[in-house]
Design a protein around this ligand. Structure first.
Ligand code: MN
Length: 435
């Protein structure tokens, strides 16, 4: 099966010069969707596509550029600022619009002179949440995270017996999802210290980030109608970075028996641009559980999932403290991992989520869980990198961190590279802690 088409050709270049720079996150092969408004205006939110260091304003583009009739119809929800309505149209519509945008933005396109007037510099816009997120589920597909965190709490049996059979997840909080760059207020909560009889109430002293990807549902499903895994891919629209901020001290006291609550619901930050599943096609990889592990149950298994279920996405966490900012020091990379190390694929998550009849809707968000790598320095949270806070990291500035301090800026980054493919990136997912 050929997953790629002319829009993925690594030789393709754009008349938007900044898109042709080798390390641009947004070359013409990417074309991610986001929502924006021009900075310091009250204009209605518009949908745009990132190209180089510019945003293509799709409302202007629909109005001011000639398109074939079919494409004009498909652009209508985007021109109206309603990404959810476009997500609901399904893969054929997504691919037709991608092909049309790719052709229009390509070097030598007749549409260039029209679309040139529809570009806004990314530095002149304020990004908004890309779509209405009705529901948010956070999974736990990072087996190296689950093992490392389990070791802190249960050295003898870090991984619970269900882990290799069932994709673990919980229903999260949507109202506190924001788009980066944003400030995140340190939460207060109940914390029970081991040497005290009663909990104390105060600001979290063990504030952490979680490096995750989030997958956006495109086409929904009706209540009571599960999506089988061989149709699950057609329901997935795209992905963004997700920082699932976590207060570890609050979490440790409250999590039993029902799981995370106030430790997670104070803020989650996503990156502004949704990189579509179509853009990720060149980076699909075979998927299998490690030898000796149980094979996925039949409802979590398909030929396509085995051949193409995994996605090669390099992930990074960068940190810049207030002192580093004051001294003019750049952000420091704390770790690097890859989505290939996840234990379940997105199609498996969607098939599992709906198997009991749960209905997903366009714009719903599924977090992958913390994506740690197998090596000790590849923890996707400070909880792992500092071994539960016992081994603080020493930063290039000479400062140490077991958990986040006020003024710390956390930047999640992700990009895809591969043989015969143009590098694409996700853009930054940035949040700064304030007290
Ligand atoms: Mn999480």
């Amino acid at each position: 099966m050929n997953l790629t088409d002319a829009t993925h050709d690594p030789a393709l270049t754009s008349w938007v010069e900044s898109a042709n720079v080798a390390d641009s996150d947004f070359p013409i092969q990417n074309l991610p969707f986001g929502a924006f408004r021009r900075a310091k205006t009250d204009e209605p939110v518009r949908i745009g596509v990132a190209i180089g260091d510019q945003v293509l304003d799709l409302r202007l583009a629909a109005e001011q550029c000639p398109w074939t009739n079919g494409v004009t119809d498909l652009l209508a929800p985007l021109a109206a600022g309603d990404l959810n309505a476009f997500m609901a149209l399904g893969p054929n519509a997504w691919r037709r619009v991608r092909a049309a945008l790719s052709a229009a933005l390509a070097e030598g396109s007749d549409q260039g002179p029209f679309l040139e007037l529809c570009l806004v510099p990314q530095s002149d816009v304020e990004m908004q949440l890309p779509c209405r997120i009705g529901d948010y589920t956070d999974f736990y597909t990072g087996i190296h995270h689950a093992t490392a965190v389990g070791q802190l709490f249960r050295p003898d049996h870090p991984l619970l017996p269900n882990y290799k059979w069932v994709p673990i997840g919980y229903h999260g909080r949507t109202s506190s999802i924001g788009v980066g760059p944003q400030t995140v207020r340190r939460p207060r909560g109940q914390v029970k210290r081991p040497d005290r009889d009663a909990p104390d109430v105060g600001p979290s002293q063990r504030l952490d980030y979680e490096l995750e990807l989030g997958a956006f549902v495109g086409v929904g499903n009706a209540l009571g109608e599960p999506v089988p895994i061989d149709r699950a891919e057609a329901h997935l629209f795209g992905m963004a970075l997700l920082n699932d901020w976590s207060a570890r001290d609050i979490q440790a006291w409250e999590y039993q028996p029902l799981g995370p609550f106030l430790a997670k619901n104070f803020a989650s930050t996503i990156s502004p641009w949704i990189v579509t599943m179509d853009a990720l096609a060149p980076f699909r990889r075979p998927f299998a559980h490690p030898p000796g592990d149980p094979a996925p149950l039949p409802y979590l298994d398909s030929e396509f999932n085995r051949a193409h279920g995994a996605i090669d996405v390099t992930l990074e966490v960068w940190l810049r403290t207030a002192a580093m900012r004051q001294r003019g020091l750049p952000a420091q990379r704390l770790m690097q991992s890859n989505f290939l190390d996840a234990y379940w694929t997105l199609a498996q998550l969607l098939a599992h989520h709906t198997m009991g009849g749960c209905n997903l809707q366009p714009g719903d968000l599924m977090g992958t869980g913390t994506l740690s790598g197998p090596q000790p320095g590849q923890g996707g949270s400070l909880l792992e990198l500092s071994r539960g806070g016992r081994q603080p990291l020493t930063l290039a500035s000479g400062e140490t961190r077991a958990f986040l301090a006020d003024g710390d800026t956390v930047v999640l980054r992700a990009y895809c590279t591969g043989v015969g493919a143009r590098r694409i990136g996700f853009g930054d997912c940035t949040g700064t802690v304030v007290g």
